[in-house]
Design a protein around this ligand. Structure first.
Ligand code: GLP
Length: 240
């Protein structure tokens, strides 16, 4: 794993934008695997201002997202579909047809997972962006998830519900289940970029980079990816 440590969040976002823009410029038809959470917000803002200033073209880009809350429709303000539209897609002129995410309101859970598995096979990702859960999760693959997993529905860990509650009016509104891309599929991306910011990620960063590769720390599998870069700010990297 290549490790880049930056002074702060701003610099982390800047370096991350450099990596993603490199992929987009090299291949205007690239498939981008994208993530939600607060960590990539600075990166997304930089991609939007780059397009405004330099006219970077996203008209042929396709995107695949990692995960979605079960039960939330695309129009719900806390759904990840809505998050992506608001924080990235609208600013890059990316149309809904170019994007893919699990359908949180699908009637048949199993069929929805199979649909997403097939879609991931059809759209090999040039790069997969990841955030890191404070318990070492990636996407919504919580500790204990088999490394061989494909798209599945998960019961969120109590710590994840608590972490994500800050974005909801009340913790009781946080969905308890979510669809997530599996670990096997995250590992299939040609390139992986994982971002971490803040002292609350320091333990997870340490275990991911220096700990043993174990299903108890989902992100530790990234040690085995041939082209994975971690960009962490000093606070998140303090235990390395
Ligand atoms: C959520 C998302 C993950 C994200 C993680 C970290 O649970 N499913 O994809 O990486 O939390 O979020 P944040 O960046 O807000 O710390």
């Amino acid at each position: 794993m290549k490790i880049i440590i930056t002074k702060n969040y701003e610099e982390m976002s800047e370096r991350a934008a450099g990596v993603i823009l490199g992929v987009v410029k090299q291949n205007p038809k690239a498939v981008l695997g994208l993530a939600t959470g607060t960590t990539p917000l600075g990166l997304y803002a930089k991609m939007i201002s780059d397009r405004r200033e330099k006219g970077t073209d996203y008209s042929q880009i396709r995107t695949v997202n990692l995960d979605e809350y079960k039960g939330l429709p695309k129009t719900h303000e806390q759904s990840y579909a809505y998050f992506m539209k608001k924080n990235l897609f609208d600013g890059l002129g990316i149309t809904p047809e170019q994007t893919n995410i699990e359908n949180g309101t699908a009637k048949d859970e199993e069929a929805e997972c199979l649909r997403y598995d097939a879609l991931l096979e059809e759209l090999p990702r040039d790069i997969q962006l990841l955030g890191l859960g404070s318990n070492g999760h990636i996407a919504f693959n919580e500790p204990g998830t088999p490394f061989s997993s494909g798209t599945h529905v998960v019961e969120l860990a109590e710590s994840t519900v608590k972490d994500n509650a800050r974005l909801f009016e009340d913790i009781s509104e946080v969905p308890r289940k979510a669809y997530t891309m599996g670990i096997k599929q995250i590992m299939q991306a040609k390139k992986i970029l994982i971002l971490a910011s803040g002292a609350n990620k320091a333990d997870a960063v340490y275990k991911m980079v220096k700990g043993e590769v174990t299903e108890q720390v989902p992100a530790s599998i990234l040690q085995l990816h041939p082209d994975c870069t971690l960009i962490a700010d000093e606070a998140a990297a303090q235990k390395l």
